[in-house]
Every structure is written in C-alpha cells, then in structure tokens.
Design a protein around this ligand. Structure first.
Ligand SMILES: [Zn+2]
Length: 171
C-alpha cells in the first residue's frame, strides 16, 4: 500500500510544473489591452472602458487627463513598418482592403476625438512584447502626466484673466 502513494506523489511533483506551464501559457495569452489597463490601474490612473459615448468607443478613457488610449493590434490596424504587419500571401487584396478600411476608420475616430478636445494615444501590440513592455508603459505614464501638467498650465492664465475684472471691480 505505501508503495502506491509513490504514484500520486509523482503526480503531485508534476502538477506544480504543469501549473507553471499553464501560467506561462496564460501569461502569453494575456491581452495587450489588459496589460495596459492593469499597469495604469496599479500606478493610480483611473479610467473607464470602452465608453460608448465617445467616437470609436476607445479602449481606455482617462477623463482626468482628457485622454483616450487605443491598444492596437499591429495586423488589424496596419502598423506601418512593423514586422508584425504582414499581409497574407493568399487573398492579399482582401486583407489589404480590410486593413486599409480599419486604418481609415481609426484616423476618422482620432480626428473626431481631437475635435472634441481629447488627446489620443495609440499603444501598438508590438510595443508590449516582453522586452519593450516596461519602457512602453513607463512612457505612457510619463505622457499622461505631461498632458495633465500641460493642461494645468494652460488653464492657469485663463483663470487669472477671469479673476481680473472682479478684482478691478472691488477696487
Ligand atoms: Zn507593430
């Protein structure tokens, strides 16, 4: 009888290994958008997802920063000069047309958002590959903070101008 326990034990030894493999596979499957979201959240950025009130239902909407973040797949959104954007050898015109239309729509959405006073940031899937991920996410956070500071700076002169007539009236 004790001999038999050796079998389940072996199983147990395999199990954590298998577990690790599954975790690794799962990690690989993690959607780029989720990476961006969890990074932003853990660094104190608060956002809304796929806000349907905005053109193009942006992936991540940071109201405080007046910024929409799009996490784009390199193939579907036709990332120029990217090695992950390769048009399939078969049905080439079909794919090219599909990607061309996606790009056209992306551009239109960006113009609409800009016209509404939103900043748009595109994070490409290839920029989230393990080797470059950290740098990409850090620079995203840096850009958001810069946008925030810039907007604060832009607002200040206006509020001073608004206050001036009141102060003059008090004199
Ligand atoms: Zn790319």
């Amino acid at each position: 009888m004790p001999r038999h326990t050796a079998i389940p034990m072996t199983d147990h030894q395999i199990s954590p290994q298998r577990h690790a493999n599954m975790a690794a596979i799962h990690g690989k499957d993690t959607k780029p958008e989720k990476m961006v979201r969890s990074y932003l959240w853990s660094h104190g950025f608060r956002y809304r997802l796929n806000d349907p009130r905005l053109p193009g239902k942006p992936d991540v909407v940071l109201r405080k920063y007046h910024t929409c973040v799009f996490v784009n797949g390199c193939f579907w959104h036709g990332h120029e000069g990217c090695r992950f954007y390769r048009v399939p050898k078969t049905n080439t015109p079909f794919w090219e047309e599909k990607v061309r239309r996606n790009k056209e729509r992306d551009l239109k959405v960006r113009h609409q958002l800009t016209a509404l006073g939103w900043n748009c940031i595109v994070v490409w899937e290839c920029e989230l590959k393990p080797k470059v991920r950290e740098r990409t996410l850090e620079s995203l956070a840096f850009t958001l903070n810069s946008i925030f500071l810039q907007e604060q700076r832009v607002k200040k002169p206006y509020s001073i101008q608004d206050d001036q007539p009141l102060m003059a009236a008090e004199e």
